[in-house]
Design a protein around this ligand. Structure first.
Ligand SMILES: C[S@@+](CC[C@H](N)C(=O)[O-])C[C@H]1O[C@@H](n2cnc3c(N)ncnc32)[C@H](O)[C@@H]1O
Length: 279
């Protein structure tokens, strides 16, 4: 490789600082090779002569597009349908039925779910599938809001397109696959329009000081996102989530994540499932 395309210590540090301050993503030393590999492509495509040139360009770009491309390349978007499936089982068998009954009793068939860090949509469509199956013909009488957000534009584009590979959906039971997807016949599957219409996919950086929502959610899922954040960033984010969780509402995080023993905001329900109990 051209020597100027080597990532120098001070350049890595600048990228680290930028990505941390804007997106909360904590690039450890172990990520250095990954960062260099992923960004070298942008440098070559756009004929930057060094990482420093590229960093200057990103810092001076007022449109925000360059930094958006940067995080797009750096963020890890790995996901698949039915990932950590005990969460979906719990939603299907316990948490959703409970809230559905509760809402029916209140006379207001309205539910708000936020999938924060949805990547390419597999998790958000899982939620839509479960609710569609649970509500059946009553679905049309419900005001359901499934909001799914991410910072990666390319991941969101995939989510909106709703086209997945055999591998993406390999953890789904065959019956579910055939019921909710159109087989495009070249190893690709497209989620039905009805499911696409149930989910709103939007760009949102979780590091925003304030979330732009008027109401709160009965369910917030932020799974396998906080692993990229350090503890202070995670704590701040969880406090922000708490403000937007309804009393008795749930927060789901990834199985390798924890809210920490000192967390006083949510009560522990099951591994990686928490609840905002009314005290
Ligand atoms: C590994 S994926 C997790 C996808 C899905 N939640 C799951 O559990 O399979 C992590 C996602 O977090 C997103 N992400 C990272 N930092 C973010 C931030 N500051 N704001 C919003 N999304 C972020 C990434 O773009 C990526 O799509």
């Amino acid at each position: 490789m051209n020597d100027s395309l080597q990532l120098k210590d001070k350049e890595f540090q600048q990228i680290r600082d930028l990505v941390y301050s804007m997106f909360g993503i904590n690039l450890t030393d172990q990520k250095r090779a990954l960062v260099m590999g992923r960004l070298s492509k942008i440098l070559r495509e756009n004929k930057f002569s060094s990482f420093q040139d590229y960093i200057n360009y990103v810092k001076n770009d007022k449109s925000g597009e360059a930094v958006s491309t940067l995080v797009d390349r750096i963020s890890t978007n790995h996901t698949f349908f039915n990932r950590e499936n005990d969460h979906f089982d719990y939603l299907r068998e316990n948490a959703f039925p409970e809230w559905i009954e509760r809402k029916k009793r209140s006379g207001k068939k309205q539910m708000r779910i936020w999938v924060a860090g949805c990547s390419s949509g597999e998790e958000s469509y899982m939620i839509a599938i479960i609710l569609k199956e649970l509500l059946g013909s009553d679905l049309k009488n419900w005001d359901l809001g499934i909001l799914a957000t991410d910072v990666s534009i390319s991941a969101l584009e995939k989510a909106v397109a709703g086209v997945y590979t055999d591998e993406n959906i390999s953890h789904l039971p065959a019956a579910m696959k055939n019921k909710h997807f159109k087989n495009l016949r070249d190893g690709k599957w497209e989620v039905h329009d009805e499911l696409k219409k149930m989910v709103i996919h939007r760009k949102l950086n979780l590091m925003r000081p304030e979330f732009p929502f008027k109401g709160s959610f009965q369910f917030i899922l932020c799974r396998n996102v906080m692993i990229y954040f350090d503890k202070p960033t995670r704590d701040t984010l969880v406090t922000k989530f708490h403000r937007f969780t309804d009393p008795d509402g749930y927060l789901f995080i990834g199985h390798s994540e924890t809210l920490g023993r000192n967390n006083e905001l949510y009560s522990y329900v099951k591994p990686a499932i928490y609840r905002k109990e009314v005290r």
